[in-house]
Design a protein. Sequence first.
Length: 378
Amino acid sequence: MRHISQFVFLFACASLLTAGNAAAQANSMEVSIVAFGKNNTPVEDLKQEDIIIRDNTKKQDIVSFTKITPGTPVEQGKPAIHNIVLIDVLNSTYRDLPENRLELLKTVAEMAKAGNIVVLMLRGKLTIVHDPTGGGLLSKLASQGTKGMEGSAPGLSAYDWVFAEELGLYQLFTPAGIFDRQRVEVSLGTLRTIAGNYQGRTGRKNLFWISQGFPLLMGGPAGYGAAALDTIASGGSSTGASPAAARGGRTPTSLGTRADDLTPFAKDMDFTARVLNNANIAVYPIDSRYLTVDDTTVSNKSMMEDIAKTTGGLAFTSRRDVSVAMREALADSKVVYVVRYAISDLKPDGRFHAIKVETSRKDVKMRYRGGYYAPVQR
């Protein structure tokens, strides 16, 4: 297992502090679209003439339209599907039980079926568990097969190596030892690191975030201002509960921190939201709280859904079958359309640009990111 170096982190953040998205600098923007029809079946025959793209309500000229699938080769400069799995130990404490190990093994087995996948673990640090070029956990699982993992009484002894110390997954069952505000800092830094490393890649970038708690609201145009902090203060409710009443106690999030404690991080939260949007990463939160020590803690469903909706992903909440959720999340990108359009009016003002994709086909619904932030004049 390899820790992502401080150099990589600093390089990623420095690149993100430049004038926004590289595509935006070239006065064009890329959007990855997942199209689905009746019974959520993938639409495989969408055409360029079927869609219209609007940037801040203005119709834009489409420069390119490409259909990609999981089997599309990864070549520099060409659209492909990039899968990133983040196993979040920092915001989760997994129970070391045979049935939980089995569920995690099945989840890892589902990952092994996917192409171009990177597996990361967030604990005290961000660690690479597997990458397509250097091999690792998934390569070994793929060679071993999944025999013995099905059935009512599967034998786990043959798969003890998955949780062996050299692979690092034994740390799933060890508390991270990081609490409150430091956890916010590490979580935000992790998201920025991931976004920075995928900033220049083209195509569909899926982040599958397996965690018990989702304390961060990956904002829209409002970012992480007072409204977002009020939402956190009310326990993540979107019903407008009074933050004043909530600030007297601790918020019911996995962070165990008060909204007042989050106020100093408002700018960092806003910046992280911008980074994720501009990196064009679709977030798929997968709720793993039934595998954790405190399964009475309610993961914030509304925040999970907000993260997914803003970035063009899907949220999988209250799931006891994390492996099935992983399979469904991967299947969501069975067919992807990557569209690049010319931006008719882009000013270096740092403002949010809402993206809207319309289709003339009544049988088609689409999912895509909500927008991006314009570059800032330096």
